[in-house]
Design a protein around this ligand. Sequence first.
Ligand code: ASP
Length: 344
Amino acid sequence: MGTEKQSILIIYTGGTIGMREDPMTRTLSPMNFEMLQVEIPELYKLGFNIESVTFNPPIDSANMTPAIWIELASTIKSNYSKYDGFVILHGTDTMAYTASALSYMLENLDKPVIMTGSQLPIGILRTDGKENIITAIQIAAAQKNGKAIVPEVCIYFSSHLFRGNRTTKEDSQQFAAFMSHHYPKLAVAGVDIKYNYEKINYTGSKGILSINTSIDDNVIVLKIFPGINRRYFEAILSLPGLKGIILESYGSGNMPTFPWIFEAIREATLSGVVFMNVSQCPGGRVKMGYYETSRELQEAGVVSGKDITVEAAVTKMMFLLGQQLSVSEVKAYLSQNLSGEIEN
Ligand code: ASP
């Protein structure tokens, strides 16, 4: 840690961490940041300059949209020089999508952007929110030789720090809600916070932070399952305006070899639709051509998602389609590592 007092900006978007129960309906809905702060007086004992902005209105992250990702990126950009790190309070349901989107949108990031939330609201005695927010702030403020220890978009949850675009929500009941199947944890918080320095990306910054907020939402995720109906499959692939399809395939990237499936994919490809093959398996990776059941996909020009998560895949597709690139450029970038989301 440096000797100066670090400055941290908390960006509160909503989520369970800041929710309270309506005594009449017994449903949870977000409260404002002032009320949330009252529940965590510990924030002021940390010894950092902590300021906050609240998104209006705070939302359940089930209502997250690309417009809010853009608002988040813009908020970070306009406050970038004033703070050493950023903590985003966010619902767990779509946290991995927002983390992935931000990892592409924030270019030349050299400060921590740590997302966190909780499974139990902050006002509840057994809340996991206090530890999550306090440690997230400590990680956002952590420096070595005057430089941020974790200059990445991350998710901190239940003692573990993950690269955001490698993370998936896995559990809606346990405090350990998130998992990263393909990439090691960037830190583990026990008595001390132990950083996994070798796995943290220090190559992200090549200049001044810039934000790239062009997103194209003409994208769909299509999960393959036994019995998938030909009419629906063909109808989806020929939807007007659709530009990108994430095919959630089996195992190492396999699909049924029914001729009508490949016909529909070939036709959509010819009309400029981009396909990325992502596995339904949380572990392992897509290996196109390994089985006969994926070889034809490869021949039809479907891009291998390798070890990407669905969250990182759909946001990567939206991001690249937003960049005024040719179809072949979009495909080329889809198969490249942009910000640590895949192993090449
Ligand atoms: N539905 C909530 C949300 O994503 C769940 C949570 O925060 O844990 O906003």
